[in-house]
Design a protein around this ligand. Sequence first.
Ligand SMILES: [Zn+2]
Length: 202
Amino acid sequence: MASAVPDGDDAGGVQETAMKEQEGSILGGNKDSLICYPCHIYGIKDAKEADAVNEITRVKDYGSNLSLDDSFTIHSNYPDSHEEGRRILARCNICGGLMLRQLSKIECPYWDEPDEYYHDYVPVATVKEADLLNILWNGKELAEYPFRHIKRDDYRVLWTDGKEPEPYDPEELKQKIREKYAGLSPKHREMLEKMISQTGKL
Ligand SMILES: [Zn+2]
């Protein structure tokens, strides 16, 4: 289990290049109405081809952990079975579609073999939906996103089985977050409410 890492940290070594992302201006700014959902790559049957044309710009970095403060981490943004990872919100450079992307890493114990990287691409309709899912789902839960989506490792890119994606209702997500974390102390529930109230901002 990783210790709390402040948002924006690069997760202690996860390679930027592994995310296949570009730094740069945010295409379309905060104009959620212009967003294509799901991203146009959903129209490309071959997952490898879909991934290859999915040029993205990073909109937000959720870091390695979801933390309420320096001493209280709610969950890791990668499966606990992995050693490190992080999440970003990415915007497709072609259609403007948003995706929550989770990268997880398993370090190879042998010096002459590469580390292994796993990616999950989860389409979202708005920045708010992404922020709320980031709060609700731990690393394992995001990796189990139930709708059709791309999973990539160093050897394969696959479309998972499943129904076509549908956006989650933000109000329902808020409700699920409150139910999931109902056991937190009053102080932490208050901090969580503040975090919920700030979702949707860039
Ligand atoms: Zn797209």
